[in-house]
Design a protein around this ligand. Structure first.
Ligand code: ATP
Ligand code: MG
Length: 190
């Protein structure tokens, strides 16, 4: 079995800029800078034939390249004990479209992913024990202006995830180019 997800990788400068914020919260499990990514769909544990199907199915996803702008910070869940700290994304229709297409390509091969609304984010840290509220507020305040210059996104990837004793490790299994010059009309098809 392989634990799989589909995600965008981030340019080096974005990873490095995000890593600068990865301090100052007690009991945070910070995601390694190299491992920072934006998840489009989580497949979970799949068998070998499904892995192969997913590799091929994702090749049929066609959307255009776009620019992505990371801005703002947020937490999951919205209410209750904080489990996850993340960097947000400026709304980008082409990203939403790509995510829908990925989900649909996976549905075509009978892989069902979560129905929850897509909230694009880059996870910075996870918590077993939520940080004290004042620390959280101080952290948010310190980084309230967080924003990176936009960067071009020209591909997406199928990743495998290896959960070990320590931090999760991800590996790119396959990469898919977005298609420049794709007719806006064709791209607008949902
Ligand atoms: P750990 O589970 O040990 O904290 P992790 O969450 O980084 O590590 P995975 O659970 O394999 O590793 O998740 C891989 C990626 O898929 C991460 O970006 C994670 O946030 C995302 N992900 C995991 N489960 C889901 C889910 N049920 N729905 C949407 N995304 C998910
Ligand atoms: Mg997880």
């Amino acid at each position: 079995m392989n634990r799989l997800f589909v995600a965008l990788d981030l340019p080096r400068y974005a990873k490095d800029s995000l890593a600068v914020m990865q301090q100052g919260l007690p009991d945070a499990r910070w995601v390694d800078a190299d491992m920072l990514h934006l998840t489009l769909a989580f497949l979970g544990e799949v068998d070998r034939p499904t892995f192969i199907d997913a590799m091929h199915g994702l090749a049929r996803v066609e959307t255009r390249p776009f620019d992505l702008e990371l801005q703002g910070l947020g937490f999951f869940p919205n209410r209750g004990a904080v489990r996850q700290l993340w960097a947000g994304v400026r709304p980008e229709p082409e990203l939403e479209r790509l995510q829908r297409r990925v989900v649909r390509a996976l549905a075509d091969i009978d892989v069902v992913v979560e129905k929850r609304r897509f909230v694009p984010h880059v996870t910075l840290a996870r918590f077993r024990v939520p940080p004290p509220e004042p620390r959280l507020q101080a952290f948010l305040q310190r980084h309230s202006l967080f924003r990176l210059p936009p960067f071009p996104v020209s591909d997406f990837h199928l990743y495998s995830s290896w959960l070990g004793a320590g931090a999760a490790h991800y590996e790119i299994e396959a990469s898919y180019e977005l298609v420049p010059g794709l007719e806006p009309d064709a791209a607008a098809r949902r």
